[in-house]
Structures are given as C-alpha cells and as structure tokens.
Write a protein that binds this ligand. Structure first.
Ligand code: FES
Length: 154
C-alpha cells in the first residue's frame, strides 16, 4: 500500500462504515490535503462500497470541497458592481502581481488561492475582499497586502 493510500485509510478508519460518514470523510480530505484527491475517492469507494460517481457528485456539489489543490488560505475579491466601481479591478491586479498568481489560481507555495466572486452583500463597504471568509472593506491597492498579512500572520 502506498503512503498516500495509508493516509486515506487513516482518515476513513475514524468513521463508521456507513453512507452518513461520506461527507465528513471528504471534508477531512479537504482539510488534510487542501483538496479532495481522486485516489482518496477511489479508496473510499472501495472501502465503503459506494460508486465513485456518487463521491464525485458530492465533491462537486459542496462548495467547501475542491477537486483541485487549493491554498491554505482563500482570498476572494468581490467584483460585483459596487466593488467594481470602487476599485476592485485595481485590488485584483495588485493581488495578482504581489502573490504572483492569476485569478482562480493557487500560489506556488500552496499558501493562497485567489478567487473573484459576485456581490457578497456588503456593498456599503466596497471594495470588499474576504480572507478565509472574514470580510475586509474599503480596500485600497496600497493596503490590501498588509490586511492579508495581518490576518494570516505571515
Ligand atoms: S458589489 Fe461587492 S459587496 Fe456588493
């Protein structure tokens, strides 16, 4: 058994062998590997006797799960109308440049995933970014990296 497989087994063993455990196991994969690896789903399908297609359907349905590796931290830039008018494009350009990553990408060191999202319902605070779901409003390109560093402590 490869090392990767035993990692999956260690997670699977924490749970009862029932369909109710599937989501919790996928969430543990996500926490441990920053995504849901295909090999992990294959192993889960074998052990639990559920079709792989069912696990894929779950991994694509739940927003907290990702089939591609994600950063330890997620930065979301709101690009809704209010934020766009108040400078979201400049915030996004700054982040792409400073983090050396394109939107919807993950930095090489696996630290950050950068995403664009539609209105997050805080237009009065525009332009808004979310760092691991924490809202930060009234951003300026010159300050945005400081805000992120302060929150994630790097
Ligand atoms: S447009 Fe950004 S919070 Fe509404």
């Amino acid at each position: 058994m490869t090392q990767e497989l035993s990692k999956f087994d260690r997670i699977i063993e924490r749970y009862e062998r029932s369909e109710e455990s599937l989501l919790a196991i996928l969430q543990d994969y996500q926490r441990e590997f920053q995504y849901v690896p295909e090999e992990g789903m294959r192993r889960l399908s074998e052990v639990m006797g559920v079709p792989l297609s069912k696990l894929y359907a779950m991994a694509t349905f739940y927003k907290a799960l990702s089939l591609v590796p994600r950063g330890r931290h997620t930065i979301k830039v709101c690009t809704g109308t209010a934020c766009h008018l108040k400078g979201a494009p400049q915030i996004l350009e700054t982040l792409e440049r400073e983090l050396r990553v394109k939107r919807n990408g993950t930095t090489e060191d696996g630290e950050f995933t950068l995403e664009c999202v539609n209105c997050v319902g805080a237009c009065a605070m525009a332009p808004v970014i979310l760092v691991d779901e924490v809202y930060h409003g009234q951003n300026r390109p010159s300050k945005v990296m400081d805000i992120i560093k302060k929150q994630v402590g790097s």
